[in-house]
Ligand binder design. Structure first.
Ligand code: 5GP
Length: 190
């Protein structure tokens, strides 16, 4: 079977940097954009809904799906499993939609190897202090946890250069303007 070109936008960056706000705004603006709801073994956070934010599954179920070849890629983030389902990507692509995904650095690199035409956008915080502030606003107040997350953020930030676009999220509206141009260009590409 000849695989058709998949229009895929990967949005990468540390937790709390503003990826989901950018993604949600783009999803409400562009109807031909399709969010891929990935799978995870972590527990839902308050306000998160199954099948809307993630497919929340047990570790056993995740392993079973993995063994069936259900995932395009899987990754372990903070000790929990995450996986991108193959079926959602293929279905959206068959429908002529552009898929948009919020994945970690490891997952993005695997997807870029599978889909070399994928467009990647790395979202950076203006500085580490602002990230610390955003973590606190998210309710991450335990100092050890905060430091651990900052460390993994730094590790991710050191890899920003491996992605096609890097946007510094210092002002949401202007960052979104740059983001939407990238989205629009991909949607309109042949
Ligand atoms: P959180 O648990 O905070 O929602 O997500 C933790 C990290 O996992 C984020 O960087 C998010 O982008 C990433 N992530 C979510 N779903 C997937 C996935 O299916 N594959 C990979 N590789 N990363 C994912």
């Amino acid at each position: 079977m000849i695989r058709t070109r998949v229009k895929m936008l990967l949005v990468i960056g540390p937790t709390a940097v503003g990826k989901s706000s950018l993604l949600n705004r783009a999803l409400s603006e562009f109807k031909s954009l399709r969010d891929v709801i990935t799978y995870t073994t972590r527990d839902p956070r308050p306000g998160e809904q199954n099948e809307l934010h993630y497919h929340f599954v047990s570790a056993d179920k995740f392993k079973e799906l993995e063994a069936q070849g259900f995932f395009l890629e899987t990754a372990t983030v903070h000790g929990r499993s995450y996986g991108t389902p193959r079926d959602q990507v293929e279905k959206a692509s068959e429908q002529g939609l552009t898929v948009i995904m919020d994945v970690d650095v490891q997952g993005a690199k695997k997807l870029m190897a599978l889909y070399p035409e994928a467009v990647s956008v790395f979202i950076e915080p203006p500085d580490l202090d602002s990230l610390r502030h955003r973590f606190r606003k998210r309710g991450i107040i335990d100092e050890a946890d905060l430091e651990r997350r900052l460390q993994s953020a730094q590790l991710e930030l050191s890899q920003a250069k491996d992605f096609k676009h890097v946007l510094v999220n210092d002002d949401f509206d202007s960052t979104y303007e740059s983001f939407r141009k990238i989205v629009e260009q991909l949607i309109n590409s042949q």
